[in-house]
Ligand binder design. Structure first.
Ligand code: AVJ
Length: 341
């Protein structure tokens, strides 16, 4: 199942380094290859059609997401980066040394780069579903930090958290930035945190970025940007499904919709059908009424207390929480300690 490969051996002649590159490990769990079609067929058969947001991140989707993070309206990324820059020494002191650092959804690994300068873990294990993005980022990171062993894992962390055990007795700390936890329904979020708890074990840590509840106008404009990048990101999902499953979605016949649902304390994103239409996905037909939507994302917003309560439900004790001056975003450091530990 898992092929451990020295990445460097896979590089073609034109890509080769002029100096010996640092060695990188790589495990590929081949996520989504057959599950995209399955999950699309399953999701479109529901009363409220849905497609899980993890499928946003093909190469083009990852690029669009990076663009979102640069938008004026989209405050989470820059606020979280500011928090890390301001508090990273303190974060490193709380986290401690000689650790195995595991990042879930590492993307371009830009945030961890800020941490690594002070943190100096023995090993860094980025886990991401987007293979090209993951490998590119690791190559870049390995050149910056030749003293840290980097072992990339291409996997869907939401379905399982089976990682190669390379910890060598080091404490494990999971880094889960970007408020990606917000994509999970409260029960699924608890299950994910429970998997993280099992992964890091007694005395292990979790450094996690969590977007906060705030003025609804600020939330709504963060997901309805003026340049339409979020709309393109949402619609790209249909493009991806077309190219990977042979579906026949016409992107002109769907519109982006995002709004804060205050009852559920979440942003919802939908793709709304502009007219009555039929879509064929790999031989199955799905009827859309005019105005009917595919629910593509939830982005739950927490308070510091509501997140701590969620984390406590699986045994994580809050150690320190950092919040920006506007109280837009939070970063929590928590540890697993059971009563007898
Ligand atoms: C990566 C899940 C944190 O919910 O803000 C950004 C994804 N969707 N704009 C978020 C997203 C639309 C993002 N997360």
């Amino acid at each position: 199942m898992t092929a451990t490969t020295a990445l460097n051996e896979q590089k073609t002649a034109t890509e080769q380094y002029s100096v010996t590159p640092p060695a990188i490990g790589f495990d590929d769990f081949h996520p989504t290859q057959d599950s995209l079609l399955q999950e699309v067929l399953k999701g479109l058969a529901k009363e409220q059609k849905t497609i899980p947001p993890k499928f946003f991140y093909d190469a083009n989707g990852s690029k669009l997401f990076d663009e979102i993070t640069q938008l004026t309206e989209y405050y989470p990324t820059r606020t979280e980066i500011e928090l890390i820059k301001t508090h990273r020494q303190e974060m490193a002191r709380y986290i401690g040394s000689s650790i195995e650092l595991i990042e879930l959804g590492s993307g371009s690994s830009l945030k961890v780069q800020l941490l690594l300068e002070g943190l100096k873990p023995s090993i860094y294990i980025p886990v991401d579903i987007s293979r090209e993005h993951l490998l590119e980022s690791c190559q870049r990171l390995a050149e910056y930090f030749p003293e840290i062993y980097i072992h990339a894992v291409c996997a869907d962390y939401s379905s399982k958290l089976e990682l190669p055990d390379l910890s060598n007795g080091n404490r494990k700390v999971v880094f889960f930035p970007g408020s990606s936890i917000g994509n999970f329904e409260p029960q699924a979020a608890a299950n994910l945190l429970e998997n993280v708890a099992t992964l890091v074990g007694q005395g292990g840590g979790l450094l996690i970025g969590v977007d906060l509840q705030k003025d609804h106008a600020v939330l709504n404009s963060a997901y309805n940007d003026g340049k339409g990048v979020t709309a393109a990101f949402n619609l790209n999902l249909l493009n991806r499904i077309n190219s990977e499953t042979g579906a026949d979605f016409n992107l002109d016949k769907f519109s982006h919709k995002a709004f804060y649902n205050s009852q559920e304390e979440r942003i919802e994103m939908h793709l709304v059908s502009n007219k009555e239409q039929q879509i064929n996905v790999n031989g199955s037909n799905f009827k859309f009424c005019k105005g009917e939507s595919i629910h593509t994302e939830n982005s739950y917003k927490y308070s510091v207390q509501s997140f701590q309560k969620l984390a406590a439900s699986v045994g994580f004790k809050p150690v320190k929480t950092w919040v920006d001056p506007q109280s837009y975003f939070s970063i929590h450091y928590l540890e697993m300690f059971t009563a007898d530990g």
